[in-house]
Ligand binder design. Structure first.
Ligand SMILES: Cc1ncc(COP(=O)(O)O)c(C=O)c1O
Length: 373
């Protein structure tokens, strides 16, 4: 019976909701590619946290299962060293320039903590990801925000102009979040080199693997040659490790030692074992990138049809003008079983939507047209 519920029925509302509630074993499935699954407000399609809708790769899954044999042991440092060597070779740095954490959020918070303990202010942009600033604000660290420019890109000249001697960290997300724009690579490299003479420049590259833009470059190589530059990456996005938790910090020996000294967590052996396999698995990464582009194309088409203001994405999400308060659009999508992103001040009438599978984005487009046009 449940397999007979069509998505059109769901869009029409009514009894499909009640039937969907009874779906039992499929209640946790969260994508439209699962036959018969119907999203509900209680168990929505998750287009809110920029997760990977395909999950971890098969090779990572197998590596994690193998690692269970030694999961009861402390002291898996050798395994972390192997991953550090692997990433160092990939990125052109040394293993001593690398540290691991329980998700990159831990590195963001650790740098917020260091600022709180050692003094100084954070210079960043609005809007951007809140992980570091929220943690720092709760510890009374002053935060200086500069706005993005007219193309919704981080304005490095404005940041330079806003710098004062009180600033101890400049925190920049590249590509940014929720605005999926990038900073031009040559300008950013010069900025990092110049400003790192004055304070720590911290670049958060959580969405690095999704970028397909010649104007973009990672700043990781600079961390091996310049003392005050740190870059964070995460396995949560293209590798689908959001629940497994693995963050990567790149920095000089001085900063890696300092982050390690302040960090309170310890790295999960299963996450490290999975990551060793996942980072080598280019076929899966390419697949996720390709599907992400397919999903983006569906939403670009929708936005073009209805003249919805947005910026082109360098990530696995889009940020678009809602034409109403973010909370209102969120609630109305939620009624149809779609969770979209939270509010990102000062853009309180814009919304962020993460890319699910193409089937998910078709459903997003259907709901958008039904509810908002
Ligand atoms: C820009 C940015 N940095 C860091 C994170 C934290 O990710 P995680 O702690 O899962 O590595 C996120 C999560 O969405 C993010 O968007």
């Amino acid at each position: 019976m449940t397999d007979n519920i069509s998505r059109r029925d769901w869009l029409k509302g009514g009894s499909a909701i009640a039937v969907a509630m009874m779906m039992g074993s499929r209640a946790n499935a969260q994508d439209m590619a699962v036959p018969g699954w119907v999203p509900t407000p209680e168990n929505p399609l998750r287009l809110s946290s920029n997760e990977n809708p395909y999950g971890i790769s098969k090779v990572a899954r197998n590596a994690i299962i193998d690692a269970l044999d030694t999961a009861h042991l402390y002291g898996r440092r050798a395994s972390q060293n192997e991953l550090a060597e692997q990433l160092a070779e990939m990125e052109g740095v040394n293993a001593e320039n690398i540290t691991f954490s329980g998700g990159s959020g831990e590195i963001l918070k650790t740098l917020g903590l260091i600022t709180a303990m050692e003094g100084g202010a954070v210079l960043t942009v609005d809007p951007t990801y809140h992980g570091l600033t929220r943690y720092a604000i709760a510890r009374d660290v002053p935060i200086i925000h500069v706005p993005v420019d007219d193309s919704m890109t981080i304005d490095l000249d404005l940041l330079k102009a806003a710098y004062t001697d009180d600033i101890s960290i400049i925190y920049l997300v590249n590509p940014n979040n929720p605005l999926p724009t990038i900073m031009e690579k040559t300008k950013l490299r010069e900025f990092c080199i110049e400003m790192s003479q004055k304070c720590l420049v911290f670049i958060d590259e959580a969405y690095h693997e999704f970028v397909e833009n010649d104007d973009y470059a990672t700043m990781v190589p600079l961390t091996a040659t310049h003392e005050n530059i740190v870059v964070a990456r995460t396995a949560s996005k293209i590798h689908g490790f959001a629940g497994i938790r693995l963050g990567i910090g790149y920095g000089s020996k001085k900063w890696i030692a300092k982050i390690n000294e302040y960090m309170t967590g310890s790295t999960n052996h299963l996450a490290v074992s999975g990551a060793k396999a996942s980072f080598k698995d280019m076929a899966t990464q390419n697949f996720v990138r390709r599907k992400n582009q397919e999903s983006l194309a569906i939403v670009y088409k929708l936005f073009a049809k209805h003249n919805v203001k947005h910026v082109k994405s360098n990530t696995n999400f889009l940020f678009f003008e809602a034409g109403m308060p973010t909370s209102e659009m969120r609630d109305r999508f939620r009624k149809h079983g779609i969770a979209i992103g939270r509010e990102f001040p000062p853009y309180t009438d814009w919304c962020r939507v993460s890319m699910g599978k193409p089937e998910d984005m078709e459903y997003f487009a259907e709901v958008y047209e039904k509810e908002f046009t």
